[in-house]
Design a protein around this ligand. Structure first.
Ligand code: CMC
Length: 427
């Protein structure tokens, strides 16, 4: 028998169906509520609102579980590559060797940028943030690659074109911002190696590709590949629901990611650690500031809407930071501050009561610094990683017969009706 809930509103009983997910998650289907009762639900920030059914990512915030298409993030981080995980997210299945090879061939074929797009870069102010450039460039792709045929094969190519070109665009933005020559993608290199080479190769000192760094970058991007209905993914679904093209939709996702409460947190964490280091703040002073409601300071990289325990991605990221630094025989004073901050925060009653733990961004900046990625590029690195997730969620959304244009309601709290006053009569 189908599960239902009964709601009594103004003495009238309303019966609402319950939707049950494969992991037992339950949601009350309130689609008929307004029609039957005149009431809507009120949930700023959508903390209790399900907006779609999805088969892509499963999270349990209480237990610290994250799975893509059923596969635990720990196993993907250990055994998979970023390209394979992207394929899994978008198609729902791990690829065969032949499918993976074909995907890599397309990624290589699509990697150069249209020559005219390069002119855009040259004209951006030199201090422009690469996230602003990236969202504009992805939106511009609609004009350069307009053939969006609604045929599965063509759309699959469009997804790969996006995944391939975003990497070239990101590296190019960095090189141009330094006033350096652009390095073109090399067909003999895999996805991650190609990116590192485009970022760091130099005529004078050719870039030495390192297998451990390439592996670390794969893991970094796997850890960012999808995270169900977060702020930028919701932006993608909302913007896409108006049936705009996929490039503009992804561009909206990039803009949403930029904010410091979301993907911009990785840059904000490093900036916070640098301030602590430079000004010699004690750990206690930082925690006091973070707990003070009158102080806008927050412990960046801590807390999460869904995780009420340690973010499983943060555990892997922290370990990777340690491994990378010891391999490179380097120390990072910011890592030491981060570790002391974490230790103190996890013992502090405020953070304990509110279940505030490190999230993926707390240690990701340490990993990126070890790879030589500049701070300004951190959120771009997040965006490259999240792209397959956005594509998968967009694809699921546009093929879902239940989906409608996103159009929430509101509770109006403004003036009641009043008559217009001509300007000469206004006080
Ligand atoms: N430092 C100090 N206090 C905090 C923090 C923090 N980092 N995070 C949450 N709190 C407090 C907050 O003040 C609130 O206190 P109270 O109940 O007294 O009002 C309580 O904890 C609940 O926080 P919230 O802001 O209502 O929770 P939220 O679910 O709306 O926000 C968050 C989640 C991630 C935006 C927030 O924890 C935060 O601002 N963290 C720092 C930014 C950050 O690291 N963002 C990256 C998130 S992970 C990457 C991603 O997927 O986007």
């Amino acid at each position: 028998m189908r599960e239902v809930v009964k709601l009594v509103i103004d003495g009238k009983e309303v019966i609402l169906p319950v939707i049950i997910g494969t992991e037992g998650e339950k949601g009350i289907d309130i689609r008929s509520l307004r029609q039957e009762t005149g009431y809507i639900t009120f949930d700023p920030g959508f903390g209790n609102t399900g907006t779609c059914r999805s088969a892509i990512t499963y999270m349990d915030g209480e237990k610290g579980i994250l799975r893509h298409r059923g596969y635990p993030i720990e196993q993907l981080a250990e055994h998979s590559t970023f390209v394979e995980t992207a394929y899994l997210l978008i198609t729902g299945q791990l690829p065969t060797l032949e499918e993976l090879t074909r995907t890599s061939v397309y990624l290589n074929d699509f990697s150069p940028l249209h020559e005219n797009m390069k002119a855009f870069y040259q004209n951006y102010p030199s201090k422009a943030h690469p996230m602003g450039i990236l969202s504009a460039m992805i939106n511009a792709m609609r004009s350069f690659y307009p053939e969006l045929l609604d045929i599965e094969e063509e759309m699959n190519k469009t997804y790969l074109r996006l995944i391939s070109k975003i990497r070239t665009m990101a590296a190019m933005a960095y090189r141009i911002s330094l006033g350096e020559r652009v390095v073109y993608p090399r067909p003999d290199l895999c996805y991650c190696a190609n990116f590192l080479n485009m970022m760091f190769d130099n005529v004078v000192v050719p870039y030495q590709l390192d297998d451990d760094l390439i592996r670390a970058l794969n893991v970094f991007w796997i850890l960012h590949a999808d995270h169900e209905q977060n702020c930028s993914t919701t932006a993608v679904r909302v913007v896409g629901s108006g049936k705009v093209n996929i490039y503009s939709t992804i561009s909206a996702g990039i803009s949403a990611l930029w904010g410091p409460l979301h993907g911009g947190a990785n840059q904000a964490v490093i900036q916070m650690l640098e301030v602590i280091h430079r000004n010699g703040l004690t750990i206690n002073e930082c925690l006091l500031k973070a707990k003070d409601r009158t102080d806008p300071f927050r412990l960046m990289g801590f807390g999460h809407r869904v995780y009420k325990t340690y973010d499983p991605r943060a555990k892997i990221m922290k370990k990777m930071g340690d491994i990378l630094l010891s391999k490179l025989k380097r120390t990072d004073p910011l890592l030491e501050i981060a570790q002391r901050l974490e230790e103190a925060a996890l013992k502090d009653p405020y953070f304990k009561e509110k279940n505030l733990y490190p999230n993926v961004d707390f240690y990701s900046g340490i990993v990126l610094r070890a790879m030589g990625i500049p701070t300004k590029m951190f959120t771009v690195m997040f965006a490259i990683g999240r792209l397959p997730g956005w594509i998968a969620q967009w694809k699921e959304d546009v093929s879902d017969p239940e989906m409608k244009i996103s159009r929430p309601r509101q509770i109006y709290e403004g003036s009641l009706e009043r008559d217009y006053i001509p300007i000469d009569n206004r006080a």
